[in-house]
Design a protein around this ligand. Structure first.
Ligand SMILES: Nc1ncnc2c1ncn2[C@@H]1O[C@H](COP(=O)(O)OP(=O)(O)OP(=O)(O)O)[C@@H](O)[C@H]1O
Ligand SMILES: [Mg+2]
Length: 281
């Protein structure tokens, strides 16, 4: 069976100041079409690196990534990314034209009229019809993220990559956007990889939750989420998964359920110098 996404034996090392830093080690993951996967783990465990490898912004040191059976070797519009930062939009374009522009450059829609008509549908999907003529500086943080989601979805990617997309938003806006994303996902059935630091968010959104460890970044556990949507945080199963994640990630329960960022520790360098550098010494 062809998976929407298949990651096999993925290892990613970076060469930093002459030493090998292992960001990801032996990651294996298969994702079915339409699955919503959340990824959680401490700062520096390689969550963004994993998304960047799937996006094709980084190439694996070892292992392979396939999307519907095709090897990923470069970025492509079949994998679109939404980031945490609230400055992802082109400030000189309106909300509508940010989406329309993406449609034109990717040749998803041709010409101004067609691209704007299609962009209007996606702006509607994220509930921003009344704000389509607003520029970035006239939109709230939540609205900006909605436009970024509309823009990413408008080119109809096979996989939507979301790197802490609600991480810069206040608790109320985050909750509203979580609900909205769940409803958009329900309508589009796009396959999603969603990185978060928030345990509740990981359980609310994820059909499967990937817990990662750091130094080096590995998958600690893949948790199936049997709770039907919309997921009640009061349910016995929710609390059980919450406790499992706390145990796995080795953290104390905090009122906000946010993962506490650990103190900065030395990066996970391999012991051996690379042959290339040894040769130049
Ligand atoms: N381009 C790069 N060059 C060198 N090292 C990198 C590069 N990108 C990431 N790293 C290193 O890889 C490790 C994983 O980084 P990554 O950004 O993937 O972590 P993360 O889990 O997303 O962290 P956070 O939760 O803080 O966003 C870190 O030690 C980081 O320093
Ligand atoms: Mg990150």
């Amino acid at each position: 069976m062809k998976h929407a996404l298949s990651i096999s034996r993925l290892t990613k090392r970076f060469l930093v100041q002459g030493r090998n830093l292992i960001a990801l080690q032996d990651i294996n993951l298969s994702v079915a079409q339409g699955e919503f996967i959340t990824i959680i783990g401490p700062s520096g465990c390689g969550k963004s690196t994993l998304l960047r490898c799937v996006a094709g912004f980084e190439s694996p040191t070892q292992g392979a990534i396939q999307v519907e059976g095709q090897k990923v070797s470069r970025p492509g519009i079949d994998r679109m990314m939404v980031f945490q930062g609230l400055d992802q939009l082109f400030p000189w374009l309106t909300a509508l034209d940010n989406v329309a522009f993406a449609l034109r450059v990717t040749k998803t829609a041709h010409g101004m009229a067609k691209s704007r008509a299609l962009a209007r549908e996606y702006i509607g999907l994220v509930g921003l019809t009344r704000y389509e003529d607003f520029y970035s500086h006239q939109l709230s943080g939540g609205m900006k993220q909605r436009v970024a989601i509309a823009r990413a979805l408008s080119v109809q990617p096979k996989i939507l990559l979301m790197d802490e997309p609600f991480g810069s938003l206040d608790a109320f806006t985050r909750k509203a956007l979580q609900e909205e994303l769940a409803s958009i996902w329900h309508k589009t059935r796009v396959t999603v990889l969603f990185v978060t630091h928030n345990i509740e968010e990981a359980i609310i959104q994820g059909d499967r939750i990937i817990a990662m460890s750091s130094q080096p970044g590995r998958i600690l556990s893949v948790i199936d989420n049997p709770i039907s949507r919309p997921r009640s945080q009061e349910s016995h199963e929710f609390i059980e998964i919450q406790e499992t994640l706390h145990r796995l990630l080795g953290i104390q329960k905090s009122p906000s359920q946010e993962l506490l960022r650990p103190p900065q520790r030395p990066v996970p360098f391999e012991e051996v110098e690379t042959p290339h550098l040894v040769a130049t010494l």
